[in-house]
Write a protein of this length. Structure first.
Lengths: 402, 402
DNA sequence: CTAATTTGTAAACGGCCATGACGAAATAGT
DNA sequence: ACTATTTCGTCATGGCCGTTTACAAATTAG
């Protein structure tokens, strides 16, 4: 009944496996998968030199991975250089798939991603979820999941796990939504309300967005700060290629970093939090706009149209964001800052003031700020890919479920 | 000539070793050392159940460790329970030792710590180093190191490495002091100025202080923030048992987190940094005291004597620290905050305002703040222990140097 | 067309942990 | 006191796994 304790979280060639010969084998299988997945089609010899094993050892590993359907033999490479050409190996486009889901304030979305990282099926339902009870929302989501799973199965894919991105704080058990202000959900255990046929992981959408940036971004380093504002302002802290979650799973709450310690009261009990200056509500108020559907799109359109009041509101939000980020950069010394989620769309009007604030407050060269090209798709893709990464990180684990 | 590329930094049972049988063996040797080191004297059977290997496997591992002198057989345990009593194993009190050194603003200190974690030799020289050139200071330090090494050798210890704590920023190469404001050093490569007979590691004193807290603290969790103020205000960020260093090695610069963004100018180029409110200079000025020797002790004495102006200065510093920490806690969600270094001595007057500020600004239960019992010894002990940990993390590596 | 190079596989080898059995040394029960 | 039981450490055996060595296959260089 209950799904196996599927620990999708630690990423990087399958750590935490026992240091026994079997564990070694499993880790080496993972390293082969990672090499092939990351470096495109590769011959056995190329894999061997990538991961530091001998060709013979890689041969047996590859045989096993082909037998279990995780790897595919593409056929002989086109020569080009001297010597016998290798036989290209690629990650299979059939077999296990990661199912990602997103519970947004204004929509539900589900997609299936194969081991190659390609989206093979999608389903979306628009319409607000603000204030709706968890049960009906999750029933709808379950419907979408089943549809996507069915679509995938028609193409030879089977679900290796389900990862759900939610706009709120998630406990370290990766199942319960502790608090989702914009849905008005508290302590909802998604594990009991979603299909139990495959392993489930739940996480904050900012975290999944950050992971998407890490895995899918073009030039993303292994150490960066991914800032995203959907509702509150959240940040994903990626340190050395893995997510910093904090003891309770609440790390990255950039929105409640004090900017003006004596500023206006915040719902969190503190005063002058970043959210009071750069949060969605605050910006809309400063811009003189009403709350409604597609608030971010509205801001972007008005700013593009030259509405000076909106532009000023965004400039000031950028400045506040700059102050809060200065603190974060001093603490974490990341390689880059990436603006994602809603911020990506507003970047043209936020960036100037943000960057000048950072430059003013930084001694050396300021930390580069870039804009995510994933935009609002980030969390959904990150969720689906987290399942895929879990498979790549322990191919033997998933093979056992065949 | 040049020391081997000794990577003392990653801690945790020898990771990053290749996934081959030899690497497995090395990691298992490390796991045995860790088990014995952490859990006191242990029989082979107890070690086996701790690390999940069979008794037979542990036997051969232990044999090897005894042969290389890293473990010692203490003899039969006193029974107590049924069955043949085990033979107690303990980490050897002879063999490799970690040499720790500290370059303080007002002193130099060196110590040797054996694998059991006990300090076996020390040497100190008092007197300011403020403004002195690196060469004479490091010549003196070299003298102290040689003395401590000689003392250790008389007890059967040989130096496995030297770790130096400095009051400033250290590059990620773990050798160069990028900037040490209070010594007025810039880009000094300690590697060329210190004995090259054993592997060298250099790090910030705040980092070593934090590691000392992690390794030696009584109830320290694996996730905490260690705040220490010697000169500037530095923090060591310990995440899941390892130090967060940042891309350039500059993480933890709590002193330059903005507290009042429009406050007084700071040397870093920004305005209203924490250091302007809680830094040593700022507090002394607010307290109406002169700069001189043992400034922290002076503050503590005056505060203890009831000097209201000093107490107010410390209260206000505590409040500012609380604001900056609020930001850090929101970002990192650690399990605890530990005050170390100079702050430990001033804690009685800082804590009340600090904690009330944290409580005011935190929604749930506030993060517990504790005071380090290591105090000013932290960085020195952390440095020495970092070498010891490196040995425990890869005993085979050190055995090769016998 | 030959020499050189590279790939993939097969067989022998060696290292390492697991398994199972055994003697040793203690306790528990009679 | 004596036996049964439990636990410890070790040894021999076996299986797993990566390495080494050798070799055939496939390509380029000359």
């Amino acid at each position: 009944m209950s799904a196996p304790p599927h620990e999708a979280r630690p990423t990087g060639p399958g750590r935490a496996l026992p240091d026994t010969q079997q564990g070694m084998r499993r880790r080496n299988l993972a390293r082969v998968m990672h090499a092939v997945s990351a470096e495109g089609p590769l011959s056995r010899a190329a894999v061997a030199s990538h991961i530091g094993l001998t060709r013979a050892a890689v041969s047996t590993l590859v045989d096993e991975l082909i037998r279990t359907g995780l790897l595919e033999e593409l056929g002989p490479e086109r020569p080009g250089r001297v010597g016998r050409p290798g036989s290209a190996l690629a990650v299979s486009g059939r077999g296990p798939a990661g199912i990602g889901a997103e519970i947004g304030v204004d929509h539900l979305a589900v997609c299936a991603v194969d081991l190659r990282g390609e989206v093979r099926a999608r389903a979306v339902r628009h319409g607000t979820n603000r204030g709706r009870a968890p049960e009906p929302v999750l029933r709808e989501l379950t419907g979408l999941v089943r549809r996507v799973v069915a679509d995938g199965e028609r193409e030879g894919l089977w679900p290796a796990g389900l990862a759900v991105a939610v706009p709120g704080l998630v406990g370290r058990d990766a199942r319960t939504v502790v608090r989702a202000p914009n849905l008005d959900w508290h302590d909802v255990d998604l594990g009991t309300l979603l299909p139990g046929e495959f392993p489930l992981t739940v996480d904050n959408e900012a975290n999944f967005g950050g992971l998407a940036e890490l895995w899918l971004g073009v030039e993303t380093p292994r150490d960066f700060l991914h800032v995203s504002a959907e509702i509150g302002i959240g940040a994903a802290l990626v340190v050395d290629g893995s997510l910093l979650r904090g003891t309770r799973g609440f790390a990255g709450e950039l929105g409640h970093v004090p900017v003006h310690p004596d500023g206006p009261d915040c719902v969190c009990g503190s005063r002058g939090c970043l959210e009071q200056y750069a949060g969605e509500e605050a910006v809309l108020r400063a811009a003189g706009l009403e709350l409604g559907e597609d608030r971010v799109g509205l801001l972007a359109r008005r700013a593009a149209d030259g509405d000076e009041r909106v532009r000023r509101a965004l400039r000031e939000a950028g400045t506040a964001l700059g102050v809060a980020l200065t603190g974060a950069l001093n603490l974490l010394d990341p390689e880059a800052v990436v603006l994602g989620g809603a911020l990506a769309g507003l970047a043209p009007w936020l960036l100037p003031s943000l960057e000048s604030e950072l430059a003013r407050r930084t001694a050396g060269p300021p930390c580069p700020v870039s804009v995510s090209r994933l935009g609002p798709e980030g969390p959904l893709l990150g969720a689906a890919h987290s399942v895929v990464r879990a498979v790549l990180d322990d191919p033997a684990g998933v093979a056992g479920r065949l």
